[in-house]
Design a protein around this ligand. Structure first.
Ligand SMILES: Nc1nc2c(ncn2[C@@H]2O[C@H](COP(=O)(O)OP(=O)(O)OP(=O)(O)O)[C@@H](O)[C@H]2O)c(=O)[nH]1
Ligand SMILES: [Mg+2]
Ligand SMILES: [Zn+2]
Length: 295
């Protein structure tokens, strides 16, 4: 049986990429009974019903390494968290939430600082410093100077990468520059489309020439860090790790306790203050969720 990868699904039809070419496949009623919906990114076995018309049936969905509802996509192995150096000014809290949801799902984050043509070198450095100790790759980019694209290509090669981040940071612009076809709407057009038919924008895997896939998401989608407990949150901050065991209290939350080595590291400038602030805010959000869990 041929095997393939679902690139997109529209109205019950799935575009499946395989060694034999692209096929338009439908799904057996069986799946619906089991409550399984195939997703872009799913690896499938399918049968060909009409070779000339390139049509077939999806018979089996391979086990997923991860999947998301917002955006609906499976088997992601990279998340590009896109920030703009300016216009809009960076939403660091959103960036941390995206990073956490990636780490929870065994996905490697990369941080993109886009629109670097709009600010001074010192401002770019300042934003970069926030993430430098995380160890995540950081790519500084501009569509004006075309900086950063070589490094980005290196990071995307052979991976399936979702681009996420606030509206207007330039996700679609970047993707239009790395995929040969101009498939994403950017700027004003994108706004119009969103207002008109928000729900009909389809998530799709777009193949890149040098191997790998990219997925665009509209600014309003959010992978939320719900799968983590507040007590475990600090483990989602890689740069906290080497200090954690040095806190005076076992199970220190790094919020109010005395003798907290994380707080000391922030004071000493070894951990970014911004990241620590975001940690505290997300910690509180998660704790509130936890405290209200039986309501
Ligand atoms: N100066 C500058 N402008 C950029 C750059 N990249 C994108 N833009 C502009 O920023 C605006 C928004 O870009 P988009 O690519 O539509 O942003 P997006 O992240 O896809 O936004 P949503 O689809 O709403 O989530 C457009 O007008 C782009 O031309 C850049 O590197 N420098
Ligand atoms: Mg866009
Ligand atoms: Zn502590």
């Amino acid at each position: 049986m041929p095997e393939g990868l679902i690139l997109k699904g529209v109205g019950g039809f799935y575009q499946v990429e395989s060694r034999e070419g692209l096929y338009e496949c439908r799904v057996r009623g069986l799946f619906r009974k089991k409550g399984i919906t195939p997703l872009p990114g799913d690896y499938v076995d399918f049968t060909i019903t009409d070779e000339a018309a390139k049509e077939g049936w999806i018979e089996e969905i391979r086990q997923r390494r991860n999947y998301f509802n917002r955006p609906p996509v499976a088997n992601i192995n990279r998340l590009a968290v896109v920030l703009a150096a300016a216009n809009p000014s960076p939403d660091f809290l959103l960036a941390d939430k995206l990073i956490i949801s990636a780490l929870l799902n065994d996905i490697e984050p990369i941080v993109i600082i886009n629109k670097i043509d709009l600010v001074k070198r010192a401002d770019i450095d300042e934003t970069e410093r926030i993430y430098i100790k995380t160890g995540f790759p950081i790519v500084k980019m501009s569509k004006v100077t075309m900086e950063g694209y070589d490094l980005l290509h290196e990071k995307l090669k052979g991976k399936c990468t979702v681009f996420a981040g606030q509206s207007g940071v330039g996700k679609s612009t970047i993707l239009n520059n790395i995929t040969s076809s101009s498939v994403m709407e950017t700027g004003e057009v994108s706004k119009k489309i969103k207002r008109g038919k928000q729900t009909t924008r389809h998530v799709q895997l777009i193949p890149i020439d040098y191997g790998g896939y990219v997925v665009d998401t509209p600014g309003f989608s959010l992978m939320s860090p719900e799968g983590v407990q507040h007590e475990e949150l600090s483990w989602m901050y890689p740069e906290f790790e080497k200090y954690q065991s040095l806190c005076r209290f076992n199970g220190c939350s790094h919020i109010k306790e005395p003798g907290c080595s994380i707080k000391d590291a922030v004071k000493a400038g070894e951990i970014s203050e911004k990241r620590y602030e975001c940690y505290k805010r997300i910690y509180e959000e998660l704790k509130q969720l936890y405290d209200k869990r039986y309501e």
